[in-house]
Design a protein around this ligand. Structure first.
Ligand code: HEM
Length: 198
């Protein structure tokens, strides 16, 4: 995975975007509990995601993890420490067997919650556009880092299967070598036997 500097540069996430996150946080963080509730309702609505929330404990964890992620989205410095945090979130989703497709769809839901609130609360057109651009960049950076874990998991699987393949080839070669040696010895014994008979 690229460094955070590469990612920031690719998404054209500037120091001004970092600064703009503060205003986004001021507007959106007071709605965090409500958004966590809406997010959970959304996940419950779809059978593929609802199946993960069968216990009270899982539901409580869901709201807690949403609030923690949402807070970090606006208050973190987008540095390598933040990158590691997002990678860890991605790995948790790979580990629970959730398709990346559901994370993409969920981010789309969160994006719309945020976008509609910002659009309603910032009246100045220029400022609204700038702040919305920052919002999209921040969410896209989050999404691409979280979902990159899926790609890395695939590469890991290919790597592991390649290692297994190499091991099997080595084993087959050694067996063949042993067999050749055995045949050679057999032929030698046969030749000595024939010479002894003559
Ligand atoms: C933009 C989308 C999403 C974000 C930002 C997000 C965020 C998070 C975070 C921060 C965690 C905690 C990771 C940790 O323990 O370090 C987490 C865990 C989890 N997420 Fe997500 N998530 C998203 C989408 C989804 C979706 C679509 C599902 C659907 C089922 C889901 C189910 C879970 C579950 C089951 C856990 C494990 C909770 C536990 O530890 O008990 N997430 N998520």
């Amino acid at each position: 995975m690229e460094s955070i500097d590469d990612i920031r540069s690719q998404f054209e996430f500037t120091d001004q975007d970092q600064e703009n996150l503060k205003l986004l946080g001021e507007i959106l963080l007071p709605m965090s509990d409500q958004f966590a509730e809406d997010f959970y309702e959304y996940l419950k609505l779809h059978p593929n995601t609802a199946e993960y929330f069968k216990t009270e404990e899982a539901i409580a964890r869901r709201k807690e993890t949403f609030n923690s992620w949402f807070n970090a989205l606006f208050t973190s410095k987008y540095d390598n420490r933040y990158l590691l945090r997002l990678q860890k979130i991605g790995k948790v989703h790979v580990k629970i067997g959730l398709e990346s497709y559901f994370v993409n769809a969920a981010m789309n839901f969160i994006r719309e919650l945020c976008r509609s609130n910002i659009a309603a609360q910032i009246k100045d057109r220029g400022l609204k556009e700038e702040i919305l651009m920052t919002l999209h960049r921040a969410l896209d950076i989050n999404l691409s880092i979280i979902t990159s874990s899926y790609q890395e998991e695939k590469i890991h699987k290919v790597f592991v299967s390649q290692k297994a393949e190499t091991y099997l080839i080595h084993l087959a070669e050694r067996l063949l070598h042993g067999l050749n040696l055995f045949l050679l010895l057999g032929l030698l014994v046969l030749a000595i036997g024939v010479v002894a008979l003559l």
